[in-house]
Structures are given as structure tokens and as C-alpha cells.
Ligand binder design. Structure first.
Ligand code: FAD
Length: 406
């Protein structure tokens, strides 16, 4: 029979980091993963360079039923602490966009760093080791694994969300939570491209590959979310940072609204142009938004009965105002998302009301949940890894104080 202080299930971002910190605090730690690889999501993240944190991280950058839950862990392990660790390991990094930090060379540098930290903590590490059963035994737990029975004083579930099943994502964490009577906030793909009815999307499918800066929003009143980022047209719908961000807030059967030229007062600009120009309206629009988009827009409006192929000085003010309104407030109802196969993260998860915000221990004593399996979902831009580090650190500290006495 194997015996450990802590078994951590899932050798991803949160599990690896938690194992290293807990091991270095003197605990006897076993880290297991059901695949033969570690931290595949770190490896593929940020185009292979891993956007490992964001300098601006705060609770407002996260979604979840209790938006305040993440505050304590984020404050206890801020981005600067992880950056110090990266520096100690002499990993070069740079800031790209809005506080996002990336490795200069490769995400592999971070994986090597996390494995080195685990080794420094004497962490025992088993790959290809699915956990079949988990049950309480006395004050601790008994796990049935591919490598035999394991006795442990505490268990940390760090198995992540459902996105990208082909690299090892499973619903294991949610199943364990349910087994011990913990609630799950319904899961859904987030940071994911949105898709539209193929017939309605057909005119825009031709724009696939076109990218432009937009303002995008969804919801209303207190539920309203708004971002200014780049939008990308795809064959099936919309993607790019703007749409990934808004997708986390989007709810089925509700619209998204896009301002295709957020830096321009469209109505005033068109009215001013009317007084100065005899160009075709389409040509004037092409000076304000990418010309491919202007052409498609005009072709599609022509089909809807408008005639934009006339000089701007012969166009009624009312028609110009209507065009400006459409461009500044393009309202669309997605039919769905590209699903977990393309989602960067899973929104929802283990209900934070069942967890301590200080230690991530659940209402089931000795059972902890960290990282993406928890109902805390970050924006695009390094926030999800920062949550993985911060929740893992809070958990490791909690384990160290809980298990300090023999
Ligand atoms: C393409 C892509 C790009 C991304 N880019 C970024 C980015 O640049 N910045 C950012 O902040 N976030 C990014 N993310 C999100 C980020 O990768 C995740 O939020 C983060 O990895 C979550 O960490 P985690 O440890 O909770 O889960 P994971 O890193 O997913 O790790 C979970 C681990 O658990 C293992 N596991 C699952 N089920 C079992 C089981 N039954 N038994 C044993 N082990 C199991 C898995 O094999 C995996 O190793 C990206 C995600 C994707 C998909």
C-alpha cells in the first residue's frame, strides 16, 4: 500500500504548481495524471509561448456565480510572485498587449520550471495513472489507481475543465465533487468562437480571415459585458479576441452587438462626407471600415432592398443615419458556439459555495479543488493561468497548515 500526505490528481498548471509548493513545505506529495504527458495546455497556450499571467489581474477579470470568491487567493499570490519565480528560473518573458506576459522562447521553459520545483519538493510523480475510485478511510482517503491502492491524508482535484478533450480533458473533477455531495454550476464552453445559421451567415462567410478592431457587447443592465478587441470573421461565424471574450458572457438565444468602427462617429462622418463628396456611398464606407467588409455590407443591404450604389450627396440624411446605426450597432443572434473542442476554457464548475476561498478545501474535509475545475473563469489574456497559480498556492498553504501535525 502506497501512503502519502497528499495526492494531487491532474498534472496540469494548477496541479504541478500546487505539488511543488506543498512538497517544498515538507509534505509527502504524489502527483498523478491519466495521460503520458504533463501540462499539455501550457504547452499549446499562447501560440506555444504561454501567456502565463496578466499584470492587471484582479477579481473583475473573472466570472463565476460568486465573483468575489477569487479575491482572497488572487491577493495571496499576485502576478508579481509568479513573475519572481519565472525570473529565478532565468526564463525570458515579455509583455505583449494589455498586461499579458509571454515566454520569450517557449512554453516548455515554464513546464521545466514547474517540474524542477516539484523535484525540489521531493514530489513523487506518476503518469499514465488513472484514479478509478476515491473513498474516505478514517480521517483520510483511499484511492484505487492503475498503480494499486493509495492511502492519503488529503486529496487535491486539479483535473481542469472539459475543453479540448483530445489532449486529456475529462469530467473527473465534477464526478468526484458530485460523489461527495458538492454542487456543480452548470458548465459551458467559454473563450470560444461563435457560430451562426449557415444560410444567414453565407454572405459573411466570404470575409473569412478578415480581422478588424471593434467594440462588442452582450447582455443588459448589470449583466452587460463590453470589450474592445479585434474581431475575426470565420467560415462559420466570428472569432478573435473580441468574440472569445464576449462568448464567456453570452447566453443562448440572446444577441451580441458589434460596433464595427468604434473610433468613428459614423453618423456625423457620413453627413460631413455628404457635404464634401460626390463619391458612391459604398466608397465612402470603404474609407471607414475594411473595403471587403464595406462591399459585403452593401451587397447584402442591396439584397434587402436598399440601394447604396448611389453618390453620397444624393442619399437622404435618414438613410445615412440608418446605415450609421447598422454599422455601429450590428446585432446578431449566434446559434451556438464551436463547443468544447475549440473552447479555451470551461465556465461553471465546482460551486464556490462548497469551497473555502482561503484554502480551496471543500465542505468534504480533506478534499480540495483548484484551477479550472472550480467555478472561476478568467478573461482571455493570462488570467486563467494566474487563477491556476493563485488557487494552487492557497491550497498548498492550506494543506501545509492542516497537515502540519502528524
Ligand atoms: C488552446 C488553449 C490556449 C490557452 N491559452 C491560455 C493562455 O495563454 N493564458 C491563460 O491564462 N490560459 C490559457 N488557456 C487556459 C488554461 O490553459 C487553463 O485555464 C489552465 O490550463 C487550467 O489549469 P488546470 O491545471 O486547472 O487544468 P489543466 O491545465 O487542463 O490540467 C488538468 C490536468 O488534469 C489531467 N486530468 C484530467 N482528467 C484526469 C483524470 N481523470 N485523472 C487524472 N488526470 C486527469 C489532464 O490530463 C491535465 O494534465 C488556454 C487553453 C487552451 C485550451
Amino acid at each position: 500500500m502506497h501512503s502519502f500526505d497528499v495526492v494531487i490528481i491532474g498534472a496540469g498548471a494548477a496541479g504541478l504548481f500546487c505539488a511543488g509548493v506543498a512538497g517544498q513545505s515538507g509534505l509527502k506529495v504524489l502527483l498523478v495524471d491519466h495521460t503520458d504527458k504533463v501540462a499539455e495546455k501550457i504547452r499549446i497556450s499562447g501560440g506555444g509561448r504561454c501567456n502565463f499571467t496578466n499584470l492587471t489581474t484582479g477579481p473583475d477579470n473573472f466570472l463565476g456565480q460568486n465573483p468575489k470568491f477569487c479575491r482572497s487567493a488572487l491577493a495571496g499570490y499576485p502576478p508579481g510572485d509568479f513573475i519572481d519565480l519565472v525570473r529565478r528560473h532565468e526564463i525570458g518573458y515579455h509583455e505583449k498587449h494589455k498586461g499579458q506576459l509571454f515566454c520569450d522562447r517557449s512554453a516548455q521553459d515554464l513546464i521545466t520550471m514547474l517540474l524542477t520545483e516539484c523535484a525540489a519538493g521531493g514530489v513523487v510523480h506518476w503518469q499514465n495513472c488513472p484514479i478509478h475510485t476515491l473513498a474516505t478511510e478514517g480521517d483520510g482517503y483511499l484511492l484505487g489507481s492503475a498503480q494499486g491502492a493509495i492511502r492519503s491524508r488529503a486529496v487535491v482535484v486539479a483535473t481542469g475543465g472539459l475543453s479540448i478533450p483530445k489532449i486529456g480533458a475529462t469530467d473527473f473533477g465534477y464526478r468526484i465533487a458530485r460523489q461527495f455531495g458538492l454542487d456543480i454550476v452548470e458548465t459551458r464552453p467559454a473563450l470560444v468562437p461563435l457560430v451562426f445559421d449557415p444560410a444567414q451567415w453565407a454572405p459573411f462567410a466570404e470575409l473569412s480571415g478578415l480581422s478588424l478592431p471593434v467594440a462588442i457587447e452582450t447582455g443588459s443592465k448589470r449583466e452587460r459585458a463590453r470589450f474592445r478587441e479585434d474581431l475575426l470573421f470565420t467560415h462559420r461565424g466570428l472569432s478573435g479576441p473580441a468574440v472569445l471574450q464576449i462568448s464567456s458572457y453570452w447566453r443562448a438565444d440572446t444577441p451580441i452587438r458589434i460596433d464595427l468602427a468604434p473610433d468613428i462617429q459614423m453618423q456625423q462622418t457620413l453627413l460631413r462626407a455628404k457635404g464634401l463628396s460626390r463619391k458612391l456611398l459604398g466608397n465612402e464606407l470603404a474609407a471607414l471600415v475594411p473595403s471587403r467588409l464595406a462591399e459585403t455590407w452593401i451587397a447584402q443591404d442591396a439584397r434587402l432592398g436598399q440601394d447604396w450604389h448611389r453618390p453620397i450627396d444624393q442619399t437622404a440624411d435618414k438613410a445615412l443615419a440608418a446605415l450609421a446605426e447598422q454599422v455601429a450597432r450590428w446585432e446578431l443572434v449566434p446559434t451556438g458556439t464551436e463547443g468544447y473542442a475549440k473552447a479555451e476554457v470551461t465556465a461553471g464548475g465546482v460551486d464556490t459555495r462548497c469551497l473555502s476561498s482561503q484554502t480551496m478545501e471543500s465542505t468534504q474535509a480533506g478534499l480540495y479543488f483548484i484551477g479550472e475545475v472550480v467555478d472561476v473563469t478568467g478573461w482571455l489574456g493570462g488570467y486563467n493561468f494566474q487563477w491556476a497559480w493563485a488557487s494552487a498556492y492557497a491550497c498548498a498553504r492550506g494543506l501545509a497548515s492542516r497537515l502540519a501535525e502528524p
